[in-house]
Ligand binder design. Sequence first.
Ligand code: DX5
Ligand code: ZN
Length: 227
Amino acid sequence: MKPYLIAPSLLSANFAQLGAEAESVLQAGADMLHLDVMDNHYVPNLTVGPLVCEALRKHGIKAPIDVHLMTKPVDRLIVDFAHAGATHITFHPEASDHIDRSLALIRKHGCKAGLALNPATPLHCLEYVADKLDLVLIMSVNPGFGGQSFIPAALTKIRHVRQWINESGQDIRLAVDGGVKTENIAQIAEAGADMFISGSAIFHHPNYQEVINMMRQQLAEIRHAKT
Ligand code: DX5
Ligand code: ZN
């Protein structure tokens, strides 16, 4: 079993002080940063481009940056974000006409490649690309906004993907994004996730360290129960 990873989503951070927010959440114990890229086309919201990823790197952020592309198309942005310092790049299968090619493009540029599945997206697009995936990201809300409630059906999907990953024999992370908080993180881990993306639960809490510690404690109990 891999160590659990906590990836705060900067979407809920204070954008007027993004560098400082990134530093404090990492200092508070986050493993990496999650950067939500929205294009007002694939999703009904508009956020940031490669410039912001590059600015975080220039600011001195060394931790992995997990770029979540909610854009259509994806290929040009894959290259731009790889150059801007992304370590992971994840896209939605509906947003690429050539999923296999987009996944290969991510790895070609030295990043880890992921597919993000919306709440109603079936798993079959994973079937023939297991060897090209480093990450499967299960959306537990509809993409576009932070602060939404976790959709319970995602738990069943996480269980199915966990089984699929185990059977595939590949080294693939299972991330969950949307509505993840201290109250449900244990249940999500129990279902088989090993990477937890959380925005509002962390950034809307007055003490980042306290909330991340509470999440780690919940995760430690599940890990203990599983071993
Ligand atoms: C939603 C984004 C998520 C979101 C998570 O489209 O992909 O990363 O910011 O935020 P919370 O944890 O507030 O649901
Ligand atoms: Zn996200």
